[in-house]
Design a protein around this ligand. Structure first.
Ligand code: ATP
Ligand code: MG
Length: 603
């Protein structure tokens, strides 16, 4: 972990930590058993007491690449498990047959590892997929039918909607609500066999059509869907609804604290109702006892505020649209708020961890400014990143007295520390010569007020080099500067005795014309020009920023010749840059700007 991250320790408390600490103090889950793999009450009863003090889970649906919002959830769930002697399960929530893909599964595994977490703890793997539980979910549905808590409804979708009522009006019972258990079982099995067409029937929980919570008005729990599932193929014709599947997944895995975003708050009563029905012994109409299916105590759901980040969208579906419409180069485009995009942009796991800690965990939704994410990257990279000089918009500077002072064709060796606070990391070496590259913006014919860089008769220091006095510039027909001229002032070389006898107000960066390397440098701006591109149902595509990517041919100092893909640098005066993970190599230097040196967005 970076020193920046360590500084934030000890961990700031939040409502979830308080809940967990209270549960640990009261031994709420101390009597739980864990049989080494997910399963029902009978399965876990044969296992020993669970050595994991808590169990959390991160349950992505594999329908896209994970984004910065998911990172918040990953740090939270894996972090709580680590801090409290627990285990965090990585679970693919793949109960929806239509949208999932193994490409996404692999990408999710990669990125969780990259963030520094592992689903293998205490010698066993806690990597699960919800579709492995389909048999169990089916059994749970039959259990509800047998205990009189579910029925097959064959109203049309419109009728069901009309009978649901609304906030002010109670719902009305379906004409199918009074079916017998036997009839419901037969119909449900017919659904499973493919004897009922898509949409013609659903299985509904039998709760209360007049409940003030609309989610308790007999929610659908199984639907018919003729679709091929990426994992179970064509085995199933019926699929569980998310709100039915999720609590069961948690219970099978003996999750203690099931943490989700605020949208699910209204679902919590159903979550509790369902698990209570499945973990109690029931007496059937014929007097037989049906044993509890699920182990007790049940998992509990807690909600926290999702992350909303300005100038990006955090929805896999919307990010998929940017990719499929060709608005970005791919899921890992450095402008994307995906974790693969942020990684390619130069973000480190430590910077994202710092961000997760700084934004904290609350129960009220808000928007976090993108600049706070960048602030975390700067704070992480500043003490680590090697320094280098680069000229992004090069114009030649000619030292007109070079030949007379230093000898025609000569060069002068200069050096600079790899990192100003880490002398042990050594020096970078580069050559000063008659012509060097400087930034076009560092010269003005007529200086505006407060401009201390190059203009005729002004003196500046070329950083790590000499003091020069500007004598003028040449221009092309359009007035654009093509060359700047200056004279070198003797005995002013940085690091030599008396070098600071000539006082200057400006210091500029440069690279030598004899040893600089060409590089492609990509400069990024906000992906969207609106802070909340998708708020209020807006079409987020409309506010894409057409200037979000600018690619320039730059000159960089020779120390970057052997830079490896993914290496991070601070280009002095320009910001933090990363060697592109995909395209950068020794013969083709490609750098992405990760962040500028200061916050230039919050203007
Ligand atoms: P998306 O709309 O991007 O697909 P999702 O919530 O449907 O998001 P899941 O794959 O179901 O995505 O999410 C896995 C976990 O990540 C969930 O527990 C969810 O609560 C959490 N999560 C998703 N988006 C955010 C976010 N913006 N902030 C915090 N947590 C999030
Ligand atoms: Mg989703």
């Amino acid at each position: 972990m970076s020193s920046a991250t360590e500084k934030e320790s000890p961990k700031v408390s939040n409502f979830l930590r308080q809940i967990i600490e209270s549960d640990l103090a009261h031994g709420t889950y101390a009597q739980r058993h864990w049989a080494g793999s997910p399963g029902d009450a009978a399965h876990h009863a044969q296992g020993p007491l669970d050595t994991a003090k808590i169990r959390t889970r991160f349950p992505p649906e594999p329908n896209g690449y994970l984004h910065i919002g998911h990172a918040k959830s990953i740090f939270l769930n894996f972090g709580l498990a680590r801090d409290y002697g627990g285990v965090c399960h990585l679970r693919f929530d793949d109960t929806n047959p239509e949208k999932e893909d193994t490409e996404f599964v692999n990408a999710i595994l990669d990125v969780v590892k990259w963030l520094g977490f592992d689903w293998a703890t205490n010698g066993s793997s806690h990597l699960y997929q919800a579709s492995d539980y389909f048999d169990f979910m089916y059994q749970a549905a039959e259990h509800l039918i047998q205990t009189g808590h579910a029925y097959v409804d064959e109203q049309s979708a419109e009728q069901m909607k009309a009978h649901r009522g609304d906030f002010n009006t109670p719902g009305q019972d379906s004409p199918f609500r009074g079916r017998t258990c036997e009839e419901n079982l037969l119909r449900f099995r017919a659904m499973r066999q493919g004897e009922v067409p898509d949409g013609a029937a659903v299985l509904r929980a039998k709760i209360d059509m007049a409940s003030p919570n609309i989610n308790l008005r007999d929610p659908a729990i199984y639907r018919i869907r003729t679709a091929t599932h990426h994992h179970t193929g064509d085995r199933w014709r019926i699929y569980p609804m998310y709100t039915f599947a999720h609590p069961i997944e948690d219970a099978l895995e003996q999750i203690t604290h099931s943490i989700c975003t605020l949208e699910f708050e209204d679902q919590r009563p159903f979550y509790d109702w369902l698990l209570a029905r499945l973990s109690e012994d029931s007496t059937l109409p014929d007097g037989r006892i049906l044993k509890a299916l699920l182990a007790s105590p049940n998992p509990k759901q807690y909600e926290f505020a999702r992350l909303n980040l300005t100038y990006v969208v955090t929805s896999k579906r919307k990010l998929a649209q940017l990719v499929s419409l060709g608005k970005v180069m791919g899921w890992d485009d450095p402008r994307m708020p995906t974790l693969v995009g942020l990684r390619r942009r130069g973000y480190t796991p430590e910077s994202l961890q710092l961000f997760a800690e700084r934004i904290g965990v609350t129960k009220s939704d808000s928007w976090i400014d993108y600049s706070s994410l960048e602030g975390c990257l700067r704070d992480d990279l500043d003490p680590k990143a090697a320094r280098a000089m680069a000229v992004l918009d090069p114009v030649p500077l000619v030292i007109t007295n070079w030949d007379a002072l230093m000898g025609a064709g000569s060069t002068d060796a200069c050096h600079a520390p790899v990192h100003p606070h880490h002398p042990e990391r050594g020096q970078r070496h580069f050559q000063f010569s008659k012509t060097v590259w400087i930034e076009r913006g560092d010269y003005e014919d007529t200086p505006p007020k407060g401009f201390f860089r190059l203009y005729p008769s002004n003196k500046v220091r070329l950083k790590y080099g000499h003091v020069i006095e500007c004598t003028g510039a040449s221009h092309d027909a359009s007035g654009r500067v093509t060359e700047v001229q200056a004279q070198l002032i003797p005995d002013t070389k940085s690091g030599t005795p008396g070098s600071d006898s000539v006082k200057v107000k400006g210091v500029i960066t440069w690279v030598g014309s004899t040893d600089a390397l060409q590089a492609q440098v990509r400069l990024y701006d906000r992906l969207f020009s609106l802070a909340q591109p998708d708020a209020g149902g807006k079409d987020f595509i409309d506010s894409l920023n057409p200037q979000s990517l600018q690619s320039v041919t730059a000159y960089v100092e020779p120390s970057l010749a052997q830079s490896q893909p993914d290496a991070k640098f601070q280009f002095e005066r320009h910001g933090y840059f990363v060697a592109d993970r995909v395209e950068h190599n020794e013969g083709n230097l490609v750098f992405n700007r990760s962040a500028s040196l200061k916050d230039t967005w919050a203007k």
